[in-house]
Design a protein around this ligand. Structure first.
Ligand code: IPD
Length: 290
């Protein structure tokens, strides 16, 4: 188990996460080119990167290096700077790039400070983070032991997860990977989840899905294929709001499957999704929906 930084360091990490997420959020909104195109693709032809993803990550990298020299930085668009301090930053410079590409005003910047090795699934743990939604000027932030807040245009409100216990009455957020074969499996699973819950939301921004669970606007969340930078900041926000982000069987979240929520509704969602996922690999020790 990793050691937590002390309170003064946690406060500093939180302040840095908030400042950097805000700066990147302003950049991608204020300087979004009128005719934005795809710069290149990554894991599949639908996994796009725009010039603004790269600019946002470059700004985050420069700001983090200036404010916290010695910390490591790992970013979605390729940044990988080593850590001397034991603290690493995980940066998603635009979470919801497809929404951003299509000029839908629903996307975010996610910046988290973590301890442990963020290159290895389950070997790291977030200690402070900020998820900034620039359209609407909404900042979700938290650090371990400090509670989590949402701040919109100067109005700060503590976050608390919802209390619904019956999965059948839960509004459930989810998302899909970019690879066609993964999507085919994930589509078959969601088709069986849908009749067993209030409804499904697929809004395209994993970090915000998890923050909405923290805010009680979604009851639960599940997804396969999420990366560390998608979930790191929102993970602290959710847990400081009284919820849980976890992988299968109470282990830490992992790309195989990640669940967020609280109480019996979360347990029921995990049981349901894991049972459905096992149909694809009946003998696997841990189901993997990617
Ligand atoms: C994606 C979004 C989406 C989720 C995908 C992520 P990106 O992040 O968070 O909601 O379903 O798994 O990859 O690619 O826009 O940074």
């Amino acid at each position: 188990m990793e050691t937590l930084p002390d309170d003064a360091v946690l406060d500093e990490l939180l302040a840095v996460a908030v400042a950097v997420a805000r700066a990147c959020g302003r950049l991608i909104t204020d300087e979004r080119p009128r005719h934005l195109g795809v710069d290149h693709t990554k894991t599949s032809s639908t996994d796009v990167v725009t010039v603004m993803d790269a600019r946002s990550e470059a700004l985050a990298r420069a700001e983090l290096a200036r404010r916290r020299p010695g910390d490591g930085i790992v970013g979605e668009e390729g940044t990988d700077a080593p850590s001397d301090s034991g603290i690493w930053w995980l940066v998603d410079p635009i979470d919801g790039t497809a929404n951003y590409l299509y000029d839908m005003g629903y996307y975010a910047v996610s910046v988290a400070a973590v301890v442990g090795d963020p290159h290895v699934a389950r070997a790291w743990y977030p200690v402070a983070g900020a998820v900034y939604e620039p359209v609407g000027d909404t900042m979700y932030s938290a650090r371990r032991g400090g509670g989590s807040v949402v701040e919109t245009a100067g109005d700060r409100t503590p976050l608390a997860v919802g209390t619904r216990t019956d999965l059948a009455r839960c509004l459930v957020g989810t998302g899909f990977g970019y690879a066609a074969a993964s999507r085919a499996k994930q589509g078959r699973v969601v088709a069986e989840v849908l009749p067993r819950v209030r409804d499904i939301r697929r809004m395209g921004v994993a970090a915000l899905d998890i923050c909405h669970v923290a805010r009680g606007r979604l009851d639960c969340y599940y997804e396969a294929g999420v990366n560390a930078w998608d979930i790191a900041a929102a993970w602290v926000v959710l847990e400081e709001a009284g919820g849980v982000l976890r992988g299968v069987g109470g282990r830490r979240p992992a790309p195989s499957l990640t669940f967020g929520g609280q109480g019996p509704a979360l347990d029921a969602l995990e049981d349901l999704v894991v049972g459905l996922a096992r149909r694809f690999e009946p003998g696997a020790a841990e189901p993997d929906l990617r």
